[in-house]
Design a protein around this ligand. Structure first.
Ligand code: CTP
Length: 411
């Protein structure tokens, strides 16, 4: 596909959905900005949107008929063809009603039906008045859409059409353009890298039916594996037991115990250029796991003798030749101090420190808030965000180490 650097969206087709908010007029400027970047944009409007702004405006500017009606015969099958052809689908502005329809999978008009048939990335920019954005139902819908991989851009704070001040204004054009850019022009800055990512918990057997484990879901490690693959790395995921699907293009070794995880990682260590140790390795295993189920009678449970497992990251760091090493520090107190100690003791390049006691972040959640601490002492605190977004921040933070590793070694 033709692409020119001064018009980066040249050759890209964008479907712009406009729903019935007073901010609909801003979609006109957005359309023009997307076209200035070279995109071929066609517009679909809800009935309510046509009350705020005439379809003719979009039609003249986009040079395409504007789709509005699911049942109009001259627009037949547009609900299938337009999304099929699109490289990215933007809904701006998206009302609370549109968010609800998207979350529930309703298809009672052309725009919502197109969302159901689209397989391209979807960017949603909500705009709404009053306290709607903070309403628990709206929050739930937004969370659902995000957990399905849609990009939902937070509205911004400011004066609203009603005269109230609040969070509900359509986000700025630049933010929407950036989101489009990251969908259309994904970074390939990890091409040539071979990354091992460990994820999930380990399970250490006590007997054939019981084990010692932890609350890790594996979501963070899987998100990193997926992001690294999308950015061009070859990725080997070494995963403890989880229910997550392996991201496309990622090679996965499934393991159960810390010992199995250590074996998989040390065997492939020389192959790797980057290791991200996101797994929550159990720190202890049963000293003598029983081959038979331990019965509850006869005081068999008075004590369980434990042995520490191998610290895999420590072992890898002692064997390193040129690998970049990333660790995680899941903490409940003195988070940064504990994380820094681990960074030094395990001789890491970067450690991701996070507080696992928070309600919205940590184990099992789709989100996490973390501080990235690098070997050179720089701390980058990051707010609560999707683990997939955090994954990209972590990979961004590795770039200086990758560049340094690429420099010829001094003689
Ligand atoms: N780790 C490891 N092998 C272990 C334990 C931890 O490789 N047996 C790795 C984790 O994957 C993580 C980092 O070491 O990247 C820190 O793990 P964490 O559980 O936070 O700390 P520990 O070193 O186990 O120390 P503590 O449990 O005392 O906090």
């Amino acid at each position: 596909m033709e692409q020119s650097s001064d018009r980066p969206f040249t050759g890209k087709r964008i479907l712009l959905g406009v729903s019935g908010s007073i901010a609909a007029y801003k979609a006109v400027e957005l359309l023009r900005a997307l076209m200035r970047e070279g995109a071929d944009v066609s517009v679909v409007m809800t009935d309510a949107a046509t009350r705020f702004i005439a379809p003719l405006t979009f039609e003249v500017l986009s040079r395409h008929p504007v789709a509005t009606d699911l049942f109009a015969t001259h627009q037949e099958m547009l609900h299938l063809t337009r999304p099929e052809e699109a490289d990215v689908f933007i809904i701006a502005p998206a009302t609370a009603n549109t968010l609800a329809k998207l979350a529930l999978g309703l298809g009672d008009d052309l725009l919502s039906t197109m969302v159901l048939t689209a397989s391209c990335p979807l960017i949603v920019a909500p705009a709404m008045d009053g306290g709607m954005w903070d309403h628990p139902t709206v929050r739930e819908h937004v969370d659902q859409l995000r957990s399905r991989g849609m990009t939902v851009l937070d509205p911004v704070e400011g004066p609203l059409a009603s005269g109230k001040i609040g969070k509900g204004r359509l986000t700025d054009e630049q933010t929407i353009l950036q989101a489009v850019e990251s969908c259309l022009l994904p970074k390939r800055d990890l091409a040539g890298q071979r990354m091992m990512v460990s994820a999930g918990p380990t399970q250490e057997p006590i007997d054939p039916v019981r084990f010692i484990s932890n609350r890790s879901s594996g979501k963070m490690g899987y998100a990193i594996a997926q992001a690294a693959r999308e950015r061009g790395a070859e990725v080997l995921l070494v995963s403890g037991p989880t229910t997550l699907p392996v991201p496309p293009g990622v090679r996965c070794m499934h393991v159960e115990t810390a010992e199995e995880m250590a074996k998989a990682l040390t065997t492939n260590f020389r192959w790797s250029t980057i290791v991200v140790m996101a797994a929550a390795v159990a720190d202890f295993r049963a000293d003598k796991p029983s081959h038979l189920k331990i019965k509850k009678q006869a005081g068999a449970w008075k004590a369980l003798a434990l042995t520490p497992t191998e610290d895999i990251l420590h072992t890898l760091s002692r064997q390193r030749t040129r690998q970049i090493l990333v660790g995680f520090a899941a903490e409940t107190d003195a988070i940064l101090a504990h994380a820094r100690k681990k960074l030094t003791e395990k001789d890491l390049d970067l450690i991701v420190a996070n507080d696992v006691t928070t309600k919205d972040g940590g184990f099992g959640s789709d989100r996490n808030a973390a501080t990235l601490i690098t070997r050179d002492g720089a701390d980058t605190p990051l707010p609560l965000m999707l683990k997939r977004e955090l994954a990209d921040h972590i990979l961004d933070a590795l770039q200086p180490f990758i560049k340094r590793a690429a420099l010829p070694k001094p003689h």
